[in-house]
Design a protein around this ligand. Structure first.
Ligand code: ATP
Length: 444
């Protein structure tokens, strides 16, 4: 259960995100829509950088993974075949007194609306029997609204990959082992969304499905666990706050041979960030059975045709973004003043550098403006002339900008500027070409 100061951290983060333009409540001027969030100017930039960083690691830097962008709306039969219509349920209970609805397996993580200091169990709430609640959003396709036109908003991006396995294999001429990567929106009608963007009803996933020979599944499972762990390390996260959680027999999906979650220690506790799963030949096998399309694979290296096993890496984009924000949030007291720093990695930070003239005279703004215009062609940079330079630094520290470049009196003599590092606060004098080289090295 979240302690008071843990809630404080989340409250502070939510308020920083609003103040600095990272994340806003959806439809806020109408009173907000529960569990939906909008990414503001800096949030949209951070999210784009994060997705590019994942996409780059998963596709551009590899020869054995292809990208895909499948539609959100799919043939409804897909969700019958995958088991989602029958089984994508969460256990739910209602409170007879306050009429609130809770996930039966997470009662210790929620509060009773009538007594917010207690969970429904601690408050001895009058709960109903457990019912199963299907998490898929339904809608209708076409002008007639009846059961024959019912379709679903996809609850995961993975199925778009499975149903395109043959298309991608045939058009790319990849040979097993190979993977298909996709980033896209998914929708789940969660019973108890919450913790800011941690659990929402509309979210984005970054999923990769790797197709392997059944005899090599364990090797590739270990390989992808290592790769995904290394990816989080490369994002500069505090690795003491990450851990593996192995699914025990009671948690393991019936088709999965093995499953591990990467968990992060959020201010509200350890929770899943990404899942790495050995899904066996379940998915392709089911689609083969339902459609009659041959999902079997054969090339000269194998004696017999086989339905590939799938190793899946499934990460939430919004949840990774929340992880980055929680990990980066820092408060420091400087000369009696509490200052907030968002220590995001330069690789994903929305603004890579801010350019300031020290004062608004002596040709400094003109020089700084030129530097800004030239850097802008390669990096997301920000120009600021307003207020004391200390305040401008503070604003950038809070917005997560890793570097500030200041044009001062000496610049006009030798063309060097100070480059200030957000985290060490050290200032180094550099000329424009050195700054470009420096930013290229740190931010790419
Ligand atoms: P949980 O047990 O938390 O409901 P899950 O095990 O159902 O999650 P998966 O189906 O494995 O999650 O989804 C893969 C990833 O997608 C999760 O690790 C998470 O990062 C992200 N994700 C899943 N549901 C949500 C959600 N409601 N909001 C935000 N991200 C989500």
């Amino acid at each position: 259960m979240a302690k008071k100061n843990e809630n404080d951290t989340m409250d502070k983060l939510v308020s920083l995100c609003k103040r600095r333009g990272y994340i806003f409540q959806s439809s806020e001027i109408y009173g907000g829509l529960t569990s939906c969030w909008d990414y503001g100017p800096l949030g949209a930039e951070l999210k784009r950088n994060l997705k590019n960083y994942w996409w780059d690691a998963m596709t551009n830097r590899r020869d054995d993974i292809e990208g895909l962008d499948a539609a959100i709306l799919m043939h409804p039969e897909v969700w019958h075949t995958s088991g989602h219509v029958a089984e994508f349920n969460d256990p739910m209970v209602d409170c007879r007194t306050c009429k609130a609805r809770f996930r039966a397996d997470q009662l210790d993580q929620v509060r009773c609306p009538n007594k917010p200091s207690k969970s429904p169990v601690e408050n001895n709430c009058d709960l109903t029997e457990v019912k199963q609640f299907n998490l898929m959003f339904k809608t209708f396709m076409g002008p007639v609204e009846d059961s024959s036109s019912t379709i679903y908003l996809r609850p995961e991006t993975a199925q778009g990959i499975y149903v395109n396995f043959l298309n991608v294999k045939n058009s790319s001429r990849q040979k097993i082992p190979f993977g298909i990567a996709q980033i896209g929106k998914a929708f789940r009608n969660e019973i108890t969304p919450g913790n800011f963007i941690f659990r929402t009803r509309e979210f984005e996933q970054m999923e990769m499905q790797f197709f392997v020979h059944p005899s090599e599944d364990e090797k590739w499972f270990e390989y992808w666990r290592e790769q995904r762990w290394a990816w989080y390390r490369s994002l500069g996260l505090n690795m003491d706050k990450l851990r593996w959680h192995e699914h025990g027999p009671d948690e393991l999906a019936h088709y999965a041979k093995a499953a591990y979650d990467i968990e992060y220690e959020y201010p509200f506790g350890w929770q899943e960030l990404e899942g790495v799963h050995n899904r066996t030949d379940f998915d392709l096998g089911r689609h083969q059975e339902a459609t009659g399309k041959d999902m079997g694979y054969k090339d000269e290296r194998f004696e017999e045709k086989f339905v590939p096993y799938i190793i899946e890496t499934s990460a939430g984009c919004d949840r990774t973004l929340l992880t980055l924000l929680c990990d980066a949030y820092d408060e420091v007291e400087i000369k009696g003043e509490k200052r907030v720093f968002l220590r995001l990695s330069p690789k994903v930070a929305p603004i890579k550098a801010a350019v300031f003239p020290l004062v608004k005279k002596d040709g400094m703004p003109e020089f700084a403006e030129k530097v800004y215009q030239s850097l802008k062609k390669q990096f997301k940079v920000f120009y600021d002339v307003s207020g004391a330079v200390g305040r401008r630094y503070a604003r950038m520290d809070e917005a997560g900008t890793p570097y500030c470049i200041t044009v001062d009196g000496q610049t006009l003599e030798d063309e060097t500027m100070t480059l200030r590092d957000r985290d060490t606060m050290e200032q180094t004098r550099m000329k424009a070409p050195e700054i470009v080289e420096f930013l290229e090295q740190k931010c790419r």
